[in-house]
Design a protein around this ligand. Structure first.
Ligand code: FAD
Length: 417
């Protein structure tokens, strides 16, 4: 085993949106720090556009860039998989049995999609009209299926929370429904949702119920996809009935699956994880609850907010500020309020921009009723947010933050999708 010596000032595990953004921002505010990014993949993905890819509104190629082009050139890229943490020795271990030492550790390893938890799914994904926008390989197949569909049962699933982007499972239903409506194809639309509502924030959930109704889509709550038989085009759901747990089979002509998701296995098995396996951090400071020189952000951390790139955007400056406070031996000054945002694509051309903070506090950036799907938000989702991601946040620049609590009439406005 080789141990790097001397230690890096900062070691970042994961070169996704969170990891690279932290590295780039640290580079700008404290250029003299030695920084290592541990990332095994050569490719970096802009995942938020995969919904649009599945809806035929975005080229898949534009969602992938090389890690090499994104990791700041004066940071050390360690192209390896991290397999464990040794906080007492201030080092992390790699799969090649080497270890890397740090003064401060940032864990930003994302989450893992547990495809194998749905029996038969891996065997049929990408064929038999079974697709998922949750993988670079399959999002284009969703659009192929939507184009080939000539009617019949279209089934969309949502797994138990947490999973990336709380709105993505239903966004593809709206894009499909809109596409088929425009093409004059009559579709039977069913949304099988493991949760009890369309969205965790009731303010937005009510508006989404109205969108579903306008598409004639049926929402089934408490249904968790557990198996798929591609050959017979049958999906199996686990549910609770008054008589106890039950299984229900549903025939489909098209099936869009969102896989169950959870913390990366190496974090779940480590001493850094909470009971569920997420890196256990203070939800406001993003500092580890047991180790003051360890921070985490993004999908892998325990902060109880929606796992989105929007959340990462607001976590990065807080984490960097607090990390510098630890290095400088000052009290932590940065505070994350749980901000997350979900651009709920309600048709090809309109988006309901759901913005919220911890405890479901509605905090839009603009003083317009956010429940109304708007064309301007489509332009934001398709053109502005990718640029903000690649050119601003990933490069370590800051962006003005306009969100704040705002009050709107309780009565639901008209929400044509
Ligand atoms: P990631 O960007 O996933 O990066 C994690 C990195 O860690 C990866 O590079 C991975 O290779 C690396 N890694 C993993 N294991 C290890 C290891 N053992 N050692 C070292 N490195 C490791 N967000 C929005 O804000 N708006 C949206 O509309 C939206 N829509 C979405 C739609 C879909 C279909 C999907 C899949 C996601 C969507 N998201 C959206 C969510 C958003 O993409 C994620 O929340 C965001 O990418 C999280 O960033 P992250 O850095 O935590 O994780």
């Amino acid at each position: 085993m080789t141990v790097t010596s001397p230690p890096f000032d900062v070691v970042i595990v994961g070169g996704g949106f969170a990891g690279i953004s932290v590295a780039a921002r640290l580079r700008r505010v404290r250029p003299q720090l030695t920084i290592a990014v541990i990332e095994p993949s050569q490719r970096h993905f802009y995942q938020p556009a995969w919904t649009l890819v599945g809806g035929g509104a975005y080229p898949i190629q534009k969602t992938c860039r090389s890690e090499e082009a994104l990791i700041p050139s004066d940071c050390t890229w360690i192209r390896a998989r991290c397999v464990g943490f040794e906080p007492a020795q201030q080092q992390v271990s790699l799969e090649d049995s080497n270890s890397v030492r740090y003064r401060i550790l940032v864990v930003a390893a994302g989450l893992q999609c547990n495809w194998q938890q749905v029996e038969g799914l891996s065997e049929t994904l990408g064929k038999n009209n079974v697709s998922s926008n949750y993988a670079y390989e399959y999002a284009p197949y969703t659009w192929e299926c939507l184009q080939q569909y000539r009617g019949g049962q279209a089934v969309f699933t949502q797994p138990p929370a947490p999973f990336k982007c709380a709105g993505a499972p239903q966004k593809i239903l709206y894009l499909a429904a809109d596409h088929w409506r425009q093409a004059g194809i009559s579709a039977e639309l069913d949304f099988y949702n493991a949760a009890s509502a369309m969205f965790s924030v009731p303010f937005y959930s009510q508006a989404l119920d109205a969108i579903m109704t306008q598409y004639g889509a049926r929402a089934h709550t408490g249904h968790n996809l557990v198996a798929v038989e591609g050959a017979t085009k049958t999906a199996w759901f686990a549910l609770q009935t008054p008589a106890g747990p039950a299984r229900k089979s549903v025939k489909f002509d098209f099936l869009h699956v969102v896989p169950p998701q959870g913390p990366p296995e190496f974090i779940r098995q480590s001493a850094l994880g909470d009971a569920a396996g997420w890196v256990s951090v203070d939800k406001h400071t993003l500092q580890h609850l047991a180790h003051e020189n360890i921070f985490a952000l993004g999908d892998c951390c325990s902060a109880p907010t929606s796992k989105t790139a929007a959340a990462v955007k607001n976590q990065v400056p807080v984490l960097v500020e607090n990390l510098l406070c630890v290095l400088d031996d000052r009290p932590l000054a940065g505070r994350y309020d749980g901000y997350a945002s979900c651009p709920l694509v309600t048709s090809r051309g309109k988006v309901m921009l759901a913005e919220f903070c911890y405890d479901g506090l509605v905090t839009p950036s603009f003083p317009l009723d956010p429940r109304v799907p708007r064309r301007v938000n489509w332009a934001l989702k398709k053109y502005f947010l990718p640029r903000l991601y690649w050119n601003v946040i990933l490069r370590g620049y800051s962006w003005p933050d306009l969100h704040k609590p705002r009050v709107f009439p309780e009565r639901l406005p008209v929400v044509p999708p």
